[in-house]
Design a protein around this ligand. Structure first.
Ligand code: PMP
Length: 360
């Protein structure tokens, strides 16, 4: 039996053990092909089946109607930061953004490079401790879209509602995709890098409505144009075959557990264990965000001083709980409880927190 720790890394991050076991079992000879998925042609029937299943599973899990395209692209979520304004600002509208943390700020920066950009809300002065309510969003009449970041991986906040707004809503769901139910058809587009809740790094799931695809900018280079990517069903160039295969296995794992409702229920139990410790011991474990905006995926907290935080991270590692250091830009502690973190991992962390506090 391999030695496996509880991996709280923010991404790349823990993967479901059954998925890794399937990959291991199928590695050398994928279903009688005599080769691994890494060696298959992206035009082979075997890979075609993998891609078709990944798309069908995405449609099923997120309950998407036919009007949505499901794409698997490269370049990470960061490339979407660029592709969105390049495709949708050429027609003259304004790129509108809610700034809820570093990743939103990076998306805004890319939009500013390309065209007219408006920040509808900025949480910066409040140290990004919460996400905005709808009436705090200032949206101009000529908005081409409103872009939000549903889960802020570094600061540990999350939208628990879908903003009700007029312009097409576009969401970076990189760090909470597939972990919680949402009204996905209220989003004109959502996207996520694979390396947190979907699989290994290397592919980006991009879901967008056909009317957005039709609006995309035809004067762009082909590879950056959503129309090319949708028209070629993500096979305009060689796709990242192996990450797509792993994502397909993760999507099957989500479906087999009972889909988003079941996954969400488990995630609720996991985050309650850790927030329970924070709320029960506010003099020792201090949450860094407003409770109504708390992320279920990335729980951020501070201890009474930095020396204790360093000891916490080091001793947790000794106890088999790895990856708890906060992002270098904010410090403190961050526990990432993505879908693949089992309940036992959250339980082990909560009891470590109890023991550490008693000793400190
Ligand atoms: N958005 C969010 C919310 C993220 O957490 C990250 C990565 N941590 C990114 C975007 C950037 O993703 P990528 O590295 O795939 O470009």
């Amino acid at each position: 039996m391999a030695h496996r720790v509880f991996n709280f890394n923010p991404g790349p991050s823990t993967l479901p053990l059954p998925v890794l076991e399937t990959i291991q079992a199928e590695l050398l000879d994928y279903r009688g092909s005599g080769m691994s998925v890494m060696e298959l042609s992206h035009r082979s029937p075997e890979f075609e089946e993998i891609m078709d299943s990944a798309i069908a599973l995405t449609r099923e899990i997120f309950d998407l109607p036919e009007s949505y395209h499901v794409l698997f692209l490269t370049g990470g979520a960061s490339q979407q930061f660029a592709m969105i304004p390049h495709n949708f600002l050429a027609q003259g509208g304004v790129g509108v953004y809610a700034d809820t943390g570093s990743w939103s700020a990076k998306a805004i920066r890319e939009s500013e490079i390309v065209g007219r950009t408006h920040v509808a809300y900025s949480g910066k002065t409040g140290d990004y401790r919460r996400v905005p309510a709808d009436d705090e969003l200032q949206i101009p009449a000529d908005a081409a879209y409103l872009h939000i970041t549903t889960n802020n991986t570094i600061k540990g906040t999350q939208f628990h509602h879908t903003p009700a707004v007029n312009p097409p809503l576009i969401a970076d769901m990189s760090s909470d995709i597939g972990s919680i139910r949402r009204e996905f058809t209220r989003y004109a587009m959502f996207y996520a890098g694979s390396q947190k809740n979907l699989g290994p790094a290397g592919v980006t799931l991009v879901v967008l409505r056909d009317d957005l695809v039709q609006r995309s900018n035809d004067s762009l280079s082909s590879v950056l144009n959503y129309k090319t990517q949708a028209g070629k069903k993500s096979l305009y160039n060689t796709p990242p075959c192996f990450p797509i295969y792993a994502v397909k296995l993760v999507l099957e794992w989500i479906r087999d557990q009972g889909g988003l409702a079941a996954v969400e229920e488990l995630n609720a139990r996991k985050k309650e264990l850790i927030y329970g410790m924070i709320d029960g011991h506010p003099e020792f474990y201090r949450g860094t965000v407003e409770p109504a905006s708390r992320s279920w995926m990335n729980i951020t907290l501070r201890l009474p001083d930095e020396e204790l935080e360093q000891r916490f991270v080091a001793e947790a590692k000794q106890a088999g709980l790895v990856g708890l250091k906060g992002h270098r830009s904010v410090g403190g502690i961050r526990a990432s409880l993505y879908n693949a973190m089992p309940l036992a991992g959250a339980q082990a962390l909560a009891s470590f927190m109890e023991r550490f506090m008693a000793r400190a």
